[in-house]
Design a protein around this ligand. Structure first.
Ligand code: F6R
Length: 253
């Protein structure tokens, strides 16, 4: 694992965008794994900037999102489909036919999950996966007590996740209870992974991810077994890391 501690959210987002842009520069046909939520918004806005200023080209890129709520239509403002178009896809030149997001309204959810994994495999696998992390150390919607061998599947959201995500809905009750999520195995098959975290409320999850034992209780801890993971965090999310790691890794960009 490589850990990069940046001054703040802005620096974290800039750093992540440079790594994604570098990936696309070297391999325009990259398969990207993308996340939703508050954390990657700065990264996406930076990518839009790089696209506009130096013409970062997404015309051959392929993207797979980590997850989608079950029962929410893709045109609903709460869907992750809507989120991705609003925050990234509408402002870059990715082709809609190269964008893949699980269909949370599929009649046969099991078949949808199998289809999603098969699509990823048929595109040659994910080159670069972007991850956020839940306060409970979930990645995708793989909640504590996850099965590490799971591929894309239907998940029940933890109460903690429902409470955290209620900020995007009118009430806690309005938050869907189920989602489709890439499984841990799907995520671990990505060739490179960048995990982003900012803010004090992510500090414990980041500590467990890097220094805790590898346990289904902290799903992100499995990343310790991946060969190419970069964790980019701001100072607050790094605040529980041993002093040495903080001391050695502060970068300002
Ligand atoms: C989103 C996802 C989740 C989020 C996590 C953090 O696609 O898979 O794992 O990354 O819940 O969410 P934020 O960034 O809103 O704190």
């Amino acid at each position: 694992m490589r850990i990069i501690i940046t001054e703040d959210y802005k620096a974290m987002s800039t750093m992540a965008a440079r790594l994604v842009a570098g990936q696309l520069y070297l391999k325009p046909k990259s398969v990207l794994g993308l996340a939703t939520g508050s954390t990657p918004i700065g990264l996406y806005h930076n990518l839009i900037d790089i696209h506009r200023t130096i013409g970062l080209d997404f015309s051959e890129a392929i993207s797979f999102n980590l997850d989608e709520y079950i029962g929410i239509n893709r045109n609903d403002v709460h869907s992750y489909h809507y989120f991705m178009y609003e925050n990234l896809f509408n402002s870059i030149n990715i082709k809609p036919e190269n964008v893949f997001i699980p269909n949370g309204c599929a009649a046969d959810l099991e078949a949808e999950c199998r289809h999603y994994d098969n699509l990823i495999t048929s595109m040659g696998g994910i080159d670069l996966q972007i991850l956020g992390i839940g306060n409970n150390a979930h990645i995708g919607f793989n909640e504590p007590d996850v099965k590490f061998e799971a591929t894309t599947h239907k998940v029940k959201l933890d109460n903690e996740t429902i409470a955290a995500n209620s900020r995007f809905f009118s009430s806690v009750e309005a938050v869907p209870k189920y989602a489709i999520s890439m499984g841990i195995r799907t995520i671990m098959l990505a060739k490179k992974i960048i995990l982003l975290a900012n803010g004090k409320n992510k500090a414990e999850a980041i500590y467990k991810t890097i220094y805790g034992g590898i346990t289904p209780k902290a799903p992100a801890s499995i990343l310790q077994l991946h060969q190419d993971v970069v964790i980019i965090v701001d100072r607050e999310a790094a605040s529980l890391l041993p002093h040495d790691s903080t001391h050695n890794c502060i970068l300002s960009v």
